[in-house]
Design a protein around this ligand. Sequence first.
Ligand code: HPA
Length: 247
Amino acid sequence: MKTTAIIGGSGLTQIESINIIDEQLYITPYGDPSAACILGELEGQKVIFLARHGNPHTIAPHKINYRANIWALKKAGAEQIIAVAAVGGITPEMHPARIAIPTQIIDYSYGREHSFLAEDSDPVQHIDFSYPYDEALRLQLISSAKALQLDIQAGGVYGSTQGPRLETAAEISRMERDGCDLVGMTGMPEAALARELEIPYANCSVIANWAAGKTAGEITMPEIIKNLEQGMANTEQLLRHFLLHTS
Ligand code: HPA
């Protein structure tokens, strides 16, 4: 099996069941990654874990050094990446505590270092990004979820916003008109950077709340935390099954 890296998002700063073999804090040409890469073993498979927001969770989405993180994972030997992320649900099927494995991205973020090809001296290159997620990896995650009878949504469009504030109701209406099903703050440039380094990448979104304007009242942190606890417990099961059964 390919060496799998898991990027943990909010609600998943570590995976208890990883048998840790080593920890490596990489120095990268792009600065410091969010945390050390945990090099370990889970269900008999080599696995690398990186906490996207640091451990403890202190780095806000717009402050994450996405380039250093992806570069460090490549250096650590990652051959595929499963990116776990907390999101808001926009369309009716994307209800809180559910997991979605999206197919597409719309990027609304700005001002982030979004390419390894950014130096003036580099020859200009344009990566193909028509289908941002690796389809084989997506299908493997979906079949693990089916085997576990987990209630997941096998598709959807992830709208990646800047954060750290949540969106306005009007912004969410616009995103819905654009075709977004999910809203999160970390989907980009992470996915594009993985593509630049040719690392197959898929996203596992855990829905923490209804997006702004989709329910009466405010979006509260206790609500987000409660839904993430349930969603992340299912995600851990999903990851273990994926590692155990995917060759
Ligand atoms: N919007 C953006 N990012 C999020 C949300 C949201 O509603 N919930 C969790 N991450």
